[in-house]
Design a binder for this molecule. Structure first.
Ligand code: CP
Ligand code: NVA
Length: 307
């Protein structure tokens, strides 16, 4: 049966947990030079309406390692929804490829694409969320802390697609999630309440960076102005400067807390150069894990599609 990975909420807690185990297994096999060709003969169509380094490379390399083939399309090839409708694109692509992957602005467009596609759809980032990133981040947490449950995470800075992804995963895995942001950059409070009501995780939204970071095991940040809203950076710098991850703020966290950033980073804005280059930063291990976590996601979707 066709299943998608458009949001963390598409999968159950058990499915997420076993997929992270599969990611660990595939990572070990890859490091030993024995990555199984589980996607042999499968073709993946990747469509990008926004720039990407990590997402594009990690998917293309991962598909190659698993024996599959990837084809990348961009806005230069066609403008989805303009040259032809989303539903026509979904139906045509479904006749050629075994899975559609998309990075775009509108989350609704990805949902519409899925509605008309007969093959699995993977969300490679929308304005609303970035589920592949947060799955990879959970893999990094699993490796570094040896557990994923009840981790104390401080998410600092702008409320964006990464904040929403953390909120979503908190509906599946118990977390102590503290969101530190300004009153003018609040996350979607309806989503916050919905996740709080699910009752799996503790979710706190605070305007005090030190309160968010107090005793945290993981500090996380992202750019203050996401793709498509770079014109807002001056205002965001003014609103969010107290939420910068720097060495003084880091002192409020647990002694061996580690620092994550999905990258690309704007050094000395949301995070200082000193911290991102410091001993507590694991941002490149985190970037590598995109490769391993996403391979597991594609293998799982392919398995479900066969049933
Ligand atoms: N973190 C991330 O998604 O990076 P890219 O935008 O380079 O793909
Ligand atoms: N919030 C960022 C994430 C980049 C991976 C953006 O959407 O630009």
């Amino acid at each position: 049966m066709k299943r998608d990975f458009i949001s963390i909420l598409d999968w159950t807690s058990e499915e997420i947990r076993s997929n992270l185990d599969l990611a660990v297994e595939l990572k070990d096999q890859t490091k030993e030079g024995k990555c199984p060709h589980l996607l042999q003969g499968k073709t993946f169509g990747l469509f990008f309406q926004k720039p990407s380094l990590r997402t594009r490379l990690s998917f293309e390399v991962g598909i190659t390692q698993l024996g599959g083939t990837s084809i990348v399309l961009t806005e230069q090839d066609f403008k989805i929804g303009e040259r032809e409708t989303v539903s026509d694109v979904a139906r045509v692509m479904s006749r050629y490829v075994d899975c559609i992957l998309i990075r775009t602005f509108s989350h609704q467009m990805v949902l519409d694409l899925s509605k008309h596609a007969t093959v699995p759809v993977v969300n490679m980032l929308t304005d609303f969320n970035h589920p592949c990133q947060v799955m990879s981040d959970m893999l990094t947490i699993k490796e570094k802390l040896g557990r994923i449950d009840n981790v104390r995470i401080a998410y600092l800075g702008d409320s964006n697609n990464m904040t929403n992804s953390w909120l979503n995963i908190a509906a599946r895995i118990p977390l102590d999630l503290r969101i530190g942001t300004s009153p003018k950059t609040l996350p979607d409070m309806e989503l916050v309440r919905k996740i709080q009501e699910i009752g799996i995780s503790s979710i706190k939204v605070t305007h005090s960076a030190t309160e968010a970071v107090d005793g945290a095991e993981v500090l996380y940040t992202d750019v203050w102005a996401s793709m498509g809203e770079k014109d807002k950076i001056t205002e965001r710098e003014r609103l969010l400067k107290e939420f910068q991850i720097n060495s003084i703020l880091l002192q409020h966290a647990e002694k061996n807390a580690f620092v994550l950033h999905c990258l690309p980073a704007e050094r000395d804005k949301e995070i200082t150069d000193e911290v991102i280059e410091g001993r507590q930063s694991v941002v490149f291990d985190q970037a590598e894990n995109r490769l391993h976590a996403q391979k597991a996601i594609l293998v799982q979707l392919e398995k479900w599609n066969q049933v």
